[in-house]
Design a protein around this ligand. Structure first.
Ligand code: ARG
Length: 590
């Protein structure tokens, strides 16, 4: 593994050095290098530094330029405007840098100098309930963040904080106790996710019906909650059956999503039960939480209800029960102390932002979140229907995730089949496999290509469209490059740094070189949508390159052809790596 410094970082270093000798008090200052339309890069930082040092910006810029040698790396550097620098790289430096990237499995992307441990809380559906589009968002965004962070060298611990605890289980367990065979499986049959969910739905409806109509059942169900909380063995065993049945369903959905969820990472709300009493005790003893009408509460100056009265975070209810907040606070203690987290990320719906704000603040006051630990909610917006309202079925019910995914795959398969009609490239089996990868990719990409905080419209027509900012556009770009490489005859990809590059080759090359920096940015800002935007631009730059620079036909001169094939190859590898970070597959033939 050899990491390759980006052209931007090498140029930045040269400019910073020249700046430091021209203006010693600016030593170590960042010249603020950016990609530019006028040259390859522009350095914008000199202006402000000159002003601060009461120097003339143009004069300072001129001295800096005089201190920079042109040649191997920099072809041209000049002062522009009031004190910017325009910098053009040599063609040789571009091709040599890309060749070094091509020689490395990680495309030359360096590992972080000081990686930490991130605990990421994502893909957290609720036991005995159907998964909905919100759970899809958490799973898709969370999985992408895991991949992006791991690629930078961060240690990542996954936590699926499933909703597996609460008073609703009293009713379910009591019902199952009174109808003991309702969740039995025939020993020789494997239960599908669909069946598991339909069993749970049936039990939920039946127990709910009894609970609402039969006072005596209601009393027994409430007593069952007490038994559950007291850890009664028989009650716990029945609770476990609900969890297990739900997991069959969850795993089937995650599997459909082509997502790897490991059992040891599923630590639901119940996983923190043993800590709850202690969490409350510590909060009360330290004075962070106080008793108010019997409940244990934490108050905040800036959190008030509509009536103007402060709204507390309730850690323990007046009846002694613990809720969502006590669990999350205990989870923080576990993640920081036992798992050694330096960062906590919660991929959760923006509608829970107040909860997390209060939980994080409480944990800070209690000393569980020290200065060295960051806690962030990667909050995501709502999935909307075509009408711009929260996504519901025509009957106003939440849309079943499985149905959506199946429909996406059906549509994608139709698109792949139709497109293949012109070419007859694929076998029926390949059409089906590609349909899966295109359909699931479409759903993930639609979610990941806008910034998480924004709402987005779930529009399958748009998602599987072959043009525009879609995953299938990127998948086709990838497959097309692979086909170019397959059909290149006896020519192979070889970098030729001695060649002069066309503008489209330079633009593509500089973008390829930017991949590592982009990943750092996406990791630091928790912004998978930046990876999507990068890849879309990569595919667009490739299209321009391919239109303007013949690769195979009309056949260019040997070295030119080889160098272009080399650019094709590195583009394909970068596309596929980037897509894999988003959890999207890139079929070789499409
Ligand atoms: N199960 C919750 C829901 O469906 C999400 C859990 C989020 N994670 C957490 N640590 N509270 O809304």
């Amino acid at each position: 593994m050899a990491s390759v410094p980006s052209l931007a970082s090498s140029v930045n270093q040269r400019v910073a050095d020249a700046l430091a000798s021209a203006l010693p008090e600016a030593g170590g200052a960042d010249p603020l290098l950016r990609r530019s339309d006028r040259a390859d890069f522009q350095a914008n930082g000199i202006l402000a530094l000159a002003k601060k040092a009461k120097a003339n910006p143009r004069e300072l810029a001129t001295t800096v330029v005089e201190g920079i040698a042109t040649g191997e790396l920099i072809r041209e550097i000049e002062v522009s405007g009031p004190g910017f620098l325009n910098i053009t790289i040599t063609d040789r430096a571009i091709v040599e840098t890309l060749a070094a990237r091509a020689g490395d499995d990680r495309l030359g992307v360096p590992l972080a100098a000081n990686p930490g441990t991130t605990v990421i809380d994502y893909a957290q559906p609720n036991v005995a309930k159907e998964m909905h589009v919100g759970h899809l968002r958490s799973a898709v965004i969370g999985a992408a963040m895991v991949e992006i962070l791991e690629f930078t060298g961060e240690k990542v611990v996954r936590r699926h904080h499933i909703g597996d605890w609460g008073t609703q289980f009293g009713m379910l367990i009591q019902y199952l106790m009174e109808h003991p065979h309702e969740l039995d499986h025939k020993s020789d049959e494997e239960v599908s996710g669909e069946e598991a969910m339909s069993n749970l739905n049936r039990l939920y409806k039946a127990s709910r019906g009894l609970f609402d109509s039969d006072e005596e059942f209601k009393t027994r169900a409430r007593a069952r909650v007490v038994d559950l909380q007291a850890g009664d063995a028989e009650t716990l065993a029945l609770w476990q059956r609900f969890v297990d049945e739900s997991k069959i369903y969850f795993y089937s959905v995650f599997n459909k999503l082509d997502m790897d969820i490991q059992d040891q990472d599923v630590v639901g709300e119940s996983g923190y039960n043993d800590m709850l009493v202690e969490t409350c005790k510590l909060l009360e003893e330290s004075g962070v939480a106080v008793r108010s009408n019997g409940a244990l509460c934490v108050f905040f100056d800036d959190v008030k209800g509509p009536d103007g009265n402060p709204t507390p975070l309730i850690v323990q209810k007046s009846d002694g029960g613990f809720g969502y907040a006590a669990t999350d606070l205990s989870a923080i203690r576990n993640r920081v102390v036992d798992l050694g987290a330096t960062e906590l990320i919660y991929v959760v719906d923006a509608r829970q932002s107040l909860h997390f704000k209060m939980v994080f603040e409480t944990a800070r006051r209690a000393g569980w979140l020290g200065d060295g630990v960051k806690a962030v909610q990667l909050a995501f917006g709502t999935v909307l229907g075509k009408d711009g309202k929260p996504f519901k079925t025509r009957e106003g019910e939440t849309v079943r995730l499985v149905d959506l995914l199946d429909e996406a795959v059906d549509r994608a398969t139709a698109v792949v089949r139709e497109k293949d009609k012109e070419r007859g490239l694929l076998t029926e089996q390949e059409i089906v496999e590609n349909g899966l990868q295109v359909g699931i990719g479409a759903v993930k990409y639609a979610d990941l290509s806008t910034s998480a905080a924004r709402d987005y419209k779930f529009d399958l027509d748009q998602m599987v469209s072959l043009t525009g900012d879609t995953s299938v556009y990127l998948q086709y770009a990838y497959a097309r490059i692979k086909s170019i490489l397959r059909n290149a005859g006896d020519r192979s990809p070889v970098a030729h740094p001695e060649l002069e590059l066309a503008p489209a080759e330079r633009a593509l090359g500089l973008h390829l070189d930017h991949f590592g920096e982009l990943i750092d940015e996406a990791a630091a800002e928790h912004a998978p949508h930046k990876v999507a935007a990068y890849l879309y631009q990569l595919a667009s730059l490739f299209t321009t390159f391919y239109t303007e620079c013949p690769v195979v036909k009309p056949e260019p001169e040997l070295v030119v052809g080889e160098n272009r094939l080399f650019l094709c190859d590195l583009t394909a590898r970068t596309l596929s790596k980037g897509m894999s970070l988003l959890g999207i597959r890139t079929p070789e033939k499409l």
